[in-house]
Design a protein around this ligand. Structure first.
Ligand code: KE4
Length: 421
């Protein structure tokens, strides 16, 4: 509480990212001071089994030994050079080899920078200005993507927050996720003016929502037909649901892919990439400009490189899927036993519990879940020593460091948290 008071003197809301203020769960935020494997520790030394996973960064659990050692070793040689270093090449090669649709990649410093730059590239290459996004998907805080749906089904966007001119918001068309008809209608009406469509190929920012394959295939077909680029925002799913992201699972090739989180191994890294013929339009080869002082930072590249090497070596996806399924089913048996309306959506290593009986397949249905009950559940669980994301509209993340014992203890704590509702 004291540190929070102090923090609020210098940081707006005492945080550097709004969701950390715990506003949507109505309780005081905690500070974390240490993280290792599947555990995090707060200022008072209390241990939590961690499913926040730093919002999807910690696929291998926190601070994997090999990664930390390499970071320490390389840091002694310098922290930032300003010219290219060999690790930028090494990590780029790993990304290109892991993701079939990516021939060339550009590193930036966040997921937001990745999606913002990908949109600029698409608009520049296509000479068109309209962007399609989907309600409930979050792609960072770039003006053109912080846009909420207007009234009606396929209308141009409204500013998602003050500070975004409606002239900008109007260039974004916001459609319902998993709604193939709305897709067809929008592309029929606006197709030749659309530069690109951006989508979370498995949504994490409504809570986890699984796409209808039909919807994604139709999106690929319609963008192809009207000459728009398809951007898969795999900032969460990249390297998480498979080594080649959701596109590898669904065998659908986007034109551009954005990446982040796992890619930086805990350091600030984002990336965007795609076919050579598109990427070569970027400066310095082409004329579409994007730059960054700390892009390709050597220490961030080292962390990302050794993270991907470890992921490649462990190939953890089958085990992660089994653990996620086990946790999802365990949670549901607890809530069902007590007659609490609930549903769990999950994909490999990511899941969300919604307090609703209906299937959650888009943002409207996600919003109809019982948000007050979620807030109480979050608080009870935190007191029991389990940290999940402080918002209904986020994904819980399971890492390779979560043991069977962690899951068993988690379910015991979930049961106690539910009983106390
Ligand atoms: P960043 O700029 O926060 O690194 O990445 C933006 C972003 C882009 N695309 C997807 C699919 C994302 O999920 C994100 C960021 N995710 C949120 C939570 N889901 C970050 C947490 C926060 O805003 O503090």
């Amino acid at each position: 509480m004291e540190l929070l008071k102090e923090a609020k003197k210098y940081l707006v809301g005492g945080v550097n990212s709004p969701v950390r203020a715990f506003k949507s769960v109505g309780c005081e935020p905690i500070f974390l001071v240490r993280a290792k494997g599947s555990k995090v520790y707060d200022l008072e030394g209390k241990e939590y089994i961690d499913y926040l996973g730093s919002w999807g960064v910690a696929l291998l659990g926190h601070a994997p030994e090999e990664v930390v050692e390499k970071v320490k070793e390389e840091a002694k040689k310098g922290l930032s050079f300003g010219l290219t270093n060999p690790y930028e090449v090494k990590l780029a090669k790993e990304v290109v080899e892991a993701i079939p649709s990516v021939d060339k990649v550009r590193f930036v410093n966040s997921g937001t920078e990745a999606t913002m730059s990908a949109i600029r590239l698409a608009r520049g290459v296509k000479g068109r200005k309209f962007v399609v996004k989907f309600e409930g998907c979050y792609h960072g805080h770039y003006d053109s993507l912080l846009v909420s749906a207007g009234s009606g089904v396929a209308t141009f966007g409204l500013p998602g927050t003050a500070g975004i001119p409606e002239e900008v918001a109007r260039l974004t068309l916001v459609l319902p996720y998993n709604d193939t008809n709305a897709l067809k209608e929008a592309f029929e009406r606006y197709g030749e003016d659309i530069a690109c469509a951006i989508v979370e190929p498995i949504a994490g920012n409504m809570g986890v929502v699984i796409p209808d394959l039909e919807f994604l295939k139709e999106l690929r077909k319609l963008t192809q037909e009207c000459g728009a680029l398809l951007i898969f925002d795999e900032v969460i799913t990249g390297f998480r649901v498979s080594l080649s992201g959701a596109q590898g699972l669904f065998k659908i090739e986007p034109d551009l892919t954005t990446l982040g989180k796992v890619l930086g191994g805990g350091f600030p890294v984002g990336a965007y990439g795609g076919r050579e013929k598109i990427m070569k339009e970027l400066a310095p080869e082409g004329s579409i400009y994007q730059a960054g002082t700390l892009s390709g930072n050597p220490i961030a590249m080292v962390a990302g490189y050794y993270t991907l090497l470890k992921v490649k070596e462990e190939r953890p996806y089958q085990k992660l899927h089994e653990r996620t399924k086990e946790l999802a089913e365990g949670i549901l048996s607890i809530t069902k036993e007590r007659g609490i309306p609930s549903t769990v959506n999950y994909a490999t290593s990511m899941l969300t519990l919604f307090f609703t009986d209906e299937e959650v397949r888009d943002y409207e249905s996600a919003k109809r879940s019982d948000l007050k009950l979620f807030a109480k559940f979050f608080k009870n669980l935190l007191e029991e020593g389990v940290l999940i994301p402080p918002s209904q509209f986020e994904a819980w993340f399971i890492s390779t460091a979560h043991t069977k014992e962690d899951l068993e203890r988690t379910l015991e704590k979930v049961e106690r948290a539910i009983k106390r509702l």
